[in-house]
Design a protein. Structure first.
Length: 611
């Protein structure tokens, strides 16, 4: 059954898509949920229908497919797309409402003028509107004034009707944004003033403390710092799995396949065409196998692939390179220094023949006996029948993908928080096998009981005690070293290790002080050879002494001031706009009804299926 469905997945998708449109047309959702049942989202009274939501999801899914080479295949990916669509619908509604409140409108004349003078970026990149490889606005204006392509004009109008009000809103909100010379100079100084210092650090964790800690102290600490211990929901699951890893016969078929493809290439076939036809790496395959420029010491590829690159000359095709992804045929197109422009074709090692039939048959048995059951013993009985082991318990953290070794198992982190304890999952199709999970229990999000976090809290309470002791030690050292001229030498004379640091700027301190803003700030406030008192940092206590100060060059600053002002004004405008929209959204009344609608739809489908 599973094998048949996978073989016909393309046709199943089209049939389901047509059925869904028809279902919407006859108003089944409305009949289930009543007059407002097809409203999926409300934003301050503005309603969005299920049909519009589904249309947007389909468009977003198609964009995902074009960008990634395949449609979304997991619940996690589907949910990301659906959440993105909902957020976009909310933003659209809020913007429309703000335009209306502020009286922002767009006239036909504005659209025409903007189309003439500010074409979209893709137009400016189009060679037909360029002269000597530069955009020529006269060619565009000639085209736009004579074209009879109504579809193009309609698309342009839609773009400008969306963009012009947004620009007007931004102008309204940011007209007073100005970055003064004083602020620009301060920013420049932060980037270019530099110092050298000597530093002596007293780290609390090095101060011994063995005193007892009571439960009352632990509970009081948690009560005072609850946010430090909040955890997302965690589901505990077990599973059985039918492995789908290839055997020797499958590998032999793949080796024959890759040898045939390589033979085709060495006899003159165009690499790009063969990659589009043969490569299972659909992302690069669509680009003729192009992986772009990579470094010779690149770490983003498996070691076997990088080893296969070594020694290849431009135009040369590698022997088949085996990795956990399959067999690669690699070609280097260009070499520039330590960078290579690379293409590849990936031939997977897939299950074949009798082995495939055997695995698929057992997967069908998994589906028939164990999948989507309310009886928790179904997992154990199916495992016994198929000779499989029920896994030990695994934890699934809400919002995080579930992995087993190098393999990502899709859908688990969504299903586990929708199911009830004891229920089993559908058969989950992963690259490493077919899985059925059982939900054993769920721990709600929040602060866990003290017994679960005792060690963590104990460590933090002890650290607070050590900080107190470290402060006393730092004060004693400051008194002891007072009057010495060289902090590092004086510390060394007392068996302590100081550091000489720099030069560094305010925004690029050494790693030693990367999380110590108080210490960095103090370093730039000291005069030459001046020593600080005890500074309380984020992770310890510090005594520092200035040894060199180099101020920023004001002449160099003046030379780049106008460019700097433009950059920071744009950043300030963007931040103002973002904050404004966050405030508008925080005050809005937003009702997301997806869960109610599709839960009712699922219930109706189940009822229909049982008739």
């Amino acid at each position: 059954m599973l094998r048949t469905m996978r073989a016909n997945a393309k046709w199943v998708f089209y049939i389901l898509a047509i059925a869904f449109v028809a279902w919407l047309a006859i108003g089944q959702v409305m009949s289930i949920l009543g007059p407002s049942g097809n409203v999926v989202l409300r934003v301050n009274g503005r309603e969005f229908q299920v049909a519009e939501y589904q249309r947007r999801v389909q468009v977003a899914s198609e964009q995902y497919r074009q960008q990634n080479g395949s449609a979304p295949v997991s619940k996690e990916e589907d949910k990301q797309i659906q959440d993105h669509v909902i957020n976009q619908m909310i933003e659209d509604a809020l913007l429309e409402q703000e335009y209306k409140r502020l009286g922002i409108r767009v006239s036909d004349e504005e659209i025409i003028e903007t189309a003439r003078t500010s074409p979209p970026p893709e137009v400016m990149r189009d060679p037909q509107f360029q002269t000597d490889s530069q955009f020529d606005i006269r060619k565009w204006q000639q085209f736009i004034s004579t074209t009879s392509d109504r579809n193009l004009l309609a698309r342009l109008e839609a773009i400008y009707r969306q963009q012009i009000p947004l620009i007007k809103l931004q102008q309204y909100l940011t007209s007073d944004v100005y970055v003064s010379d004083a602020k620009l100079w301060r920013i420049y100084r932060d980037q270019h003033d530099s110092v050298r210092i000597a530093s002596l650090a007293i780290w609390p964790y090095t101060v011994p403390d063995t005193s007892a800690i009571s439960d009352a102290e632990l509970a009081a600490y948690v009560a005072k710092h609850p946010d430090d211990f909040k955890r997302p929901a965690v589901a505990y699951v077990r599973f059985i799995a039918q492995p789908r890893l290839p055997n020797a016969a499958d590998s032999a078929v793949a080796r024959t396949h890759v040898a045939r493809v390589r033979n085709e290439l060495v006899h003159g076939a165009k690499f790009e065409d063969v990659a589009r036809r043969e490569s299972s790496d659909t992302n690069s395959g669509q680009r003729g196998g192009d992986l772009g420029w990579i470094k010779k010491n690149e770490t983003g590829f498996v070691p076997e692939f990088m080893q296969g690159l070594r020694g290849l000359k431009p135009g040369q095709i590698s022997a088949p390179v085996a990795s956990r992804f399959g067999y690669h045929l690699i070609r280097v197109d260009q070499v520039k220094g330590d960078s290579l422009k690379v293409r590849h074709i990936l031939i997977p090692v897939a299950l074949q023949g009798e082995h495939l039939d055997h695995v698929e048959a057992r997967a069908d048995t998994l589906e028939r006996l164990a999948a989507e059951r309310a009886d928790p013993t179904a997992l154990d009985s199916t495992a016994h029948r198929l000779g499989l082991q029920v896994s030990p318990p695994y934890s699934v953290t809400q919002g995080e993908r579930f992995t087993l070794g190098p393999y990502v198992i899709p859908d688990v982190s969504v299903w586990a928080f929708e199911a009830r304890p004891g229920e089993t999952s559908p058969v989950i199709d992963a690259s490493s096998g077919y899985y059925v999970f059982r939900l054993d229990s769920v721990t709600a999000a929040g602060v866990p009981p003290l017994k679960q976090i005792r060690d963590q809290v104990s460590g933090l309470v002890r650290l607070e005690r050590q900080k107190t002791l470290a402060r006393r030690r730092a004060d004693s050292l400051a008194t002891l070293l007072q009057g010495t001229s060289d902090l590092v030498a004086a510390a060394s004379a007392h068996g302590l290790q100081g550091e000489r640091l720099g030069p560094f700027t305010r925004i690029r301190p050494p790693s030693y002080l990367a999380r110590e803003p108080v210490v960095v700030g103090a370093a730039f406030g000291l005069k030459m050879d001046e020593r600080s008192g005890v500074l309380q940092g984020e992770s310890g206590y510090f005594i520092i002494q200035s040894s060199q100060r180099k101020p920023a060059d004001s002449t160099a600053w003046l030379a780049q001031r106008d460019v700097q002002r433009t950059q920071f004004r744009q950043a300030a405008m963007q931040a103002r706009m973002q904050q404004y929209m966050e405030d508008v959204r925080a005050q809005a009344k937003i009702v997301d009804r997806r869960k109610d609608i599709f839960k009712s739809q699922a219930a109706a489908d189940a009822t229909t299926g049982s008739l």
